[in-house]
Design a binder for this molecule. Structure first.
Ligand SMILES: [Mg+2]
Length: 162
């Protein structure tokens, strides 16, 4: 099931090194908007410390964002000292392949992606046969179209959970 996340958490900082290691994850691709930063560009509480702790444990990172705002993605990249790809057109394989090269990991199953959206993050990750981790969005979008999308996502998640 391409829309079924391999793991679900409330927020990225709930993920422990044991959770990654027990699933043979050596590197993590990170969504940015609503996963690392909220819609006002504020970083998630404790994200810097979480990233540093994971890095100490040998986990490699790359940011993969669909945002077309280069400066915004770049500032998150600088804050966390992680390479980035913007305008990545998830769920296509294009950006994931680029990220894999940056990470220098041979096997796709050793790479996880963490993001808040089914149709970009989870779908793209599962198509790559990488390990998909779905978080709840840091904050809900105000735009109507996104609310509709969220409702559809909720319905799908209820279905795949059965
Ligand atoms: Mg996102």
């Amino acid at each position: 099931m391409l829309l079924k996340p391999d793991m679900r958490v409330d927020k990225i900082t709930d993920i422990t090194i044991e959770m990654l290691k027990s699933n043979n994850i050596k590197a993590v691709i990170l969504d940015s908007d609503n996963t690392l930063i909220d819609l006002n560009k504020n970083p998630l509480d404790g994200i810097k410390e979480w990233i540093n702790e994971m890095k100490k444990n040998g986990i490699k990172f790359c940011i993969l964002s669909n945002s077309i705002k280069k400066k915004k993605v770049e500032s998150v990249s600088k804050m966390l000292d992680i390479p980035y790809i913007f305008f990545s057109v998830k769920p296509t394989k294009y950006g994931f392949r680029k990220a894999k090269k940056i990470l220098g990991i041979k096997e796709n199953q050793n790479i996880a992606e963490i993001g808040d959206q089914l149709f970009t993050d989870v779908l793209g990750t599962n198509r790559m046969k990488m390990f998909s981790i779905l978080t709840k969005p840091i904050c809900e979008e105000k735009v109507k179209i996104n609310n509709i999308k969220r409702k559809i996502e909720k319905k799908i998640l209820e279905k795949v959970d059965r």
